[in-house]
Design a binder for this molecule. Structure first.
Ligand code: MRU
Length: 360
């Protein structure tokens, strides 16, 4: 089966960046011109662009656009380095939990420092940094395709159906073309199963409170005419009880060294339900989402989002006045509940104590 065309969230050409306003989906498809890093910071913070890889790539491409516009005024590589560091330090503050942004910030700052130390010209340093930012788009799609292939193999092996038998898969949040440069991580695994003729059905959780599942994953599934069904987050355990789920695959915002995984709130509920029902639970993420410097899940900073995301729906209040709100954007799934962490380099092996060492 040939690959179906898919959606895109990021449009880039040298000196120009447009981001799809994901808050307007699925009703309207609106691309917003992003002139500089400040505009990108606001779009990340407000979740017009979201998803761990997409956040990092959007930030890097905003830097590329900003640098392209400013490079004529930066005569030395030291000036380029200071410009890059200042912009990236600000972008880094937009959202704390997804590690991909921090990884890109550190890497690009290190590249700029190395160019300055090597005495590159200002023009050469700017060109090299812009090229490094631009490479992230193609690199991410290639990584996602590899994740998809490794993941499809891993799910088939874990489920243990007859060779070639199609699978019924459940996913959470949005990890597809809209959360990445294209193809997706967990949804990339689903896409690969479909390309192999091995997807019987994809179920997606609506993913309260921001409904990334209902608005975005359901949109991607419908766009590509996959056999798919939307469920309430609270219906997932019942679906497993009725033996309608062969495997669950989700994305990640940060994977600690022992494999504990931060992902969209509700992921942990799914993993617990999977353990009870004997359904294999997989995490799919690029290597840039693995964070060996964070030893365990308890060390991951979890972003708190505004109360209005729960109390209001599209601007209209739905919750009782006067009620307090707790709105963590992510939860942490312990490594012991995870069957495998699928990356573009393969599936991270489990240690003898049932956790992982993702830094190895
Ligand atoms: O708050 P969001 O929408 O940025 O959260 C997204 C998720 O939790 C995704 O599962 C994760 O970033 C992986 S996207 C490939």
């Amino acid at each position: 089966m040939s690959t179906a065309p898919s959606l895109e969230a990021i449009r880039y050409a040298r000196g120009s960046l447009q981001l799809l306003d994901q808050l307007k989906l699925p009703g309207e498809t609106v691309f917003v011109d992003v002139a500089d890093c400040d505009a990108c910071w606001t779009m990340i913070r407000d979740m017009n662009v979201r998803g761990a890889p997409a956040i990092a790539i959007a930030a890097a491409l905003a830097l590329a656009v900003d640098l392209e516009a400013s490079k004529a005024g930066l005569s030395t590589s030291a000036e380029v380095c200071a410009f890059v560091a200042g912009k990236l330090d600000h972008l880094f503050t937009s959202r704390p939990t997804a590690v991909n942004l921090g990884e890109a910030v550190q890497r690009l700052k290190a590249s700029a420092s190395a160019l300055a130390a090597a005495g590159a010209s200002g023009a050469d340093a700017a060109e090299r940094i812009i090229a490094e930012c631009e490479a992230m788009l193609a690199d991410d799609v290639a990584a996602n395709r590899a994740i998809g292939a490794f993941g499809a193999d891993a799910l088939c092996a874990a489920v243990g159906k007859a060779p070639g038998a199609p699978l019924r898969v459940l996913t959470h949040c949005n990890t597809g073309s809209l959360a990445t440069a294209g193809y997706g991580t967990a949804l990339g695994v689903v896409r690969c199963l479909r390309e192999r003729g091995m997807l019987e059905h994809i179920y997606c959780n609506e993913t309260r409170p921001y409904n990334q599942g209902a608005r975005l994953t359901a949109y991607e599934i419908a766009f590509e005419k996959m056999p798919g069904t939307l469920i309430c987050d609270s219906a997932a355990a019942s679906l497993m009880q009725q033996k309608k789920v062969d495997a669950v695959v989700v994305g990640a915002d940060r994977v600690a060294d022992n494999g504990d995984t931060a992902n969209k709130i509700g992921t942990y509920n799914l993993a617990v339900s999977c353990a009870y029902h004997g359904v294999p639970f997989f995490v799919a993420a690029p290597v840039s989402t693995l964070d060996p410097s964070t030893k365990k899940g308890g060390d991951i900073v979890i972003e708190d989002r505004p109360a209005e995301e729960i109390t209001h729906v599209r601007g209209a209040r739905v919750a009782a006045d006067g009620i307090g709100v707790w709105n963590p954007s992510f939860d942490v799934t312990p490594a012991c509940l995870i069957a495998g962490i699928i990356t573009e380099k393969g599936v991270v092996p489990k240690t003898s104590n049932g956790t992982f060492e993702v830094g190895k």
